[in-house]
Design a protein around this ligand. Structure first.
Ligand SMILES: [Zn+2]
Length: 388
């Protein structure tokens, strides 16, 4: 057993403990967390680290399979521009190139202290690696289809892919985004009992006119993919009203990005009585849209952190995402760490093991160095080391 301490211990779901001590087994299982204020523990054999200790990070939104597109897509063209280029380039790479990139990306996440990932997939290229369980994965198989009459065949095709996955509890079929799934498809997805769902939400400004009046850049792009989108009715409440009311039986729903989400949207979402988590991927928002969500609106909501894919990010690091939020809001470090650890573990339903530093859990232990300890704030130079 080891005894470790740092300037502060952030347990994931409670106030930081100044000079707290963690008793931990070789395999990373927590034996105890001690507040020195309430203890007479002998410090002689305690290993002291400078900085902050927190649980392993939970990355709730990634697309590991797109790792081969690192540095390949032009920045700041907004979502329709990004999608257009992705569609053009995605067939220019061999299976071997894809596998090398996927493996490298996983190594990068491990090094950056990420212990669990909610990962979107459209194909099976990540399945083999995930079966090795170097990291905990929940896979979200994405489905999209605009034409109502093709909903069933689109869903069945993805269900066949799902059946080939190594663990049927750590995978679910999810809608890609409100603008790419018909009502019939939404109903089929919502029929899955007690599953974790995730959806790209309000990532681009033109999602609003798409639903309110069927116009704008996104609408025009979707109409070129499938003219049937013209048969969809307008929604005065916007994109949330297109799908949220159908997801009452979902265990938990992750809304990803929320770049253009307003106070009214949050109020509308809360009225639906669904267990909702709001996931932020700020670096991808800067890459694609060159803008950020209004984080302050979400200060009292259940929020999580995602890295999105290497197609829209230069790194897969939860810490780097937290730095962007720190620079662009007044959200406290305690809250940010809760978003990055405890909340993600709760959403993925893995909080028995992950997300907090508490007795008998094995959450992974990260050391954050170069922190501004007076203000308890991340700095540009903060870095992460995985201790356990
Ligand atoms: Zn995404």
């Amino acid at each position: 057993m080891h005894k470790i301490t740092a300037d502060y211990i952030f347990t994931g779901n409670a106030e930081p403990i100044k000079n707290g001590i963690i008793l931990i087994k070789n395999d990373g299982t927590i034996v105890d967390v001690i507040n020195p204020k309430n203890s007479t523990i002998n410090f002689d054999d305690v290993k002291k680290y400078e900085g902050v200790i927190c649980p392993g990070f939970i990355n709730t939104h990634c697309h590991l399979e797109l790792s081969y597109l690192k540095n390949k897509i032009t920045q700041k063209t907004t979502l329709p521009g990004f999608v257009k280029e992705l569609v053009q380039k995605r067939n220019n790479f061999s299976e071997e190139e894809r596998q090398i990139a996927i493996n490298k990306a996983e190594q990068e996440m491990i090094k950056n202290g990420i212990v669990a990932v909610g990962d979107i997939a459209n194909g099976n290229s990540t399945f083999q690696l995930k079966a090795k369980q170097n990291i905990y994965y929940h896979t979200f198989l994405e489905v999209f289809e605009i034409a109502d009459e093709l909903a069933k065949s689109a869903f069945n095709k993805v269900a066949e892919l799902k059946a080939t996955y190594f663990n049927n509890k750590q995978i679910s079929i999810v809608p890609h985004a409100p603008y790419s799934v018909s009502k019939s498809l939404i109903k089929l997805i919502a029929n899955q009992k007690d599953v974790l769902l995730s959806i790209h939400n309000q990532e681009t400004e033109s999602e609003k006119p798409f639903f309110k009046e069927k116009s704008g850049k996104l609408y025009e792009q979707m109409a070129t993919f499938n003219p049937k989108v013209a048969t969809w009715g307008n929604k005065k409440d916007g994109s949330l009203a297109h799908y949220l009311p159908y997801f009452k039986n979902t265990a938990s729903l992750l809304l990803v990005h929320n770049t253009y989400t307003t106070k009214d949207d949050i109020a509308y979402a809360k009225q639906q009585n669904i267990s909702i988590y709001w996931c932020f991927c700020p670096k991808a928002n800067l890459y694609i849209e060159n803008t950020l969500p209004d984080f302050t609106l979400f200060e009292n909501e259940n929020c999580t952190i995602g890295t999105d894919s290497l197609a829209s990010n230069d790194t897969l690091s939860v810490l780097e995402e937290l730095k962007v939020i720190t620079e662009n809001s007044n959200i406290s470090l305690e809250k940010l760490i809760q978003w990055a650890t405890y909340n993600g573990a709760k959403y993925l339903n893995i909080n028995k093991q992950f997300g907090s530093i508490a007795k008998e859990k094995k959450p992974g232990i990260n050391l954050l160095t170069n922190i501004n300890l007076e203000e308890l704030k991340l700095t540009q130079n903060t870095s992460v080391v995985k201790l356990y």
